[in-house]
Unconditional design. Structure first.
Length: 190
């Protein structure tokens, strides 16, 4: 668990962003990095709930509740609180192949379902996820997962592009890719 009293001691704080007026002038990243110590403080707000609704990934009354790919949120929050970034990345990759996408564009139903949100602003789950994967690229911890053997089977790039555009099917693609196939040109090792 993060800091047992963290959710009582610390307020929710998200990373600053480049102003919309400035960001429309270019295609640059507009999420500004947050210091590691501040991220550890934010992660310490996680209460490690007995029933962590943040990662349930289910429909309640036809409304999405929690993470649709069941990210192990309390676990990587705890690892970040303890400053174990590589371990947090490994835990994140157990359920999510492209946190660099979801950490930027996911509407974060996890935060809407965060139990802390009942009494206080919820844990900044999306920003912590984004920061974990950014650290992973920065440190060179994210490397190609090469298949053990190849079958020569091929996937048209158009089909692959469709599949990886969706979080759930991207999971399938990575797993298939790491076991069997190569994509048809451009030749990128998967
Ligand atoms: S619901 Fe919120 S407080 Fe509870 S484990 Fe998930 S992120 Fe932490």
């Amino acid at each position: 668990m993060g800091k047992p009293t963290g959710f009582m001691e610390y307020l929710r704080e998200v990373a600053a962003e480049v102003s919309p007026r400035d960001r429309i002038r270019n295609w640059d990243e507009f999420h500004l990095p947050m210091p590691d110590t501040d991220l550890q403080t934010q992660a310490s707000r996680c209460m490690d709930c007995g029933t962590p609704f943040c990662h349930t990934g289910m429909e309640i009354n036809r409304m999405a509740s929690g993470c649709p790919i069941n990210n192990l949120i309390p676990e990587w929050n705890d690892l970040i609180y303890r400053g174990l970034w590589k371990e947090a990345l490994d835990r994140l990759h157990k359920t999510n192949n492209f946190p660099e996408f979801t950490g930027r564009v996911c509407p974060a139903p996890c935060e809407g379902s965060c139990v802390l949100g009942i009494t206080n602003p919820p844990v900044t789950i999306k920003n912590i996820e984004y920061s974990i994967v950014e650290k992973g690229w920065e440190q060179g911890w994210i490397t190609p997962q090469l298949p053990h053997k190849r079958t020569g089977k091929k996937l048209p790039l158009s089909v692959l592009a469709l599949l990886v555009s969706l979080p759930l099917t991207s999971l399938i693609v990575r797993d298939i890719g790491s076991r069997y196939t190569e994509r048809r040109s451009p030749r990128l090792v998967c």
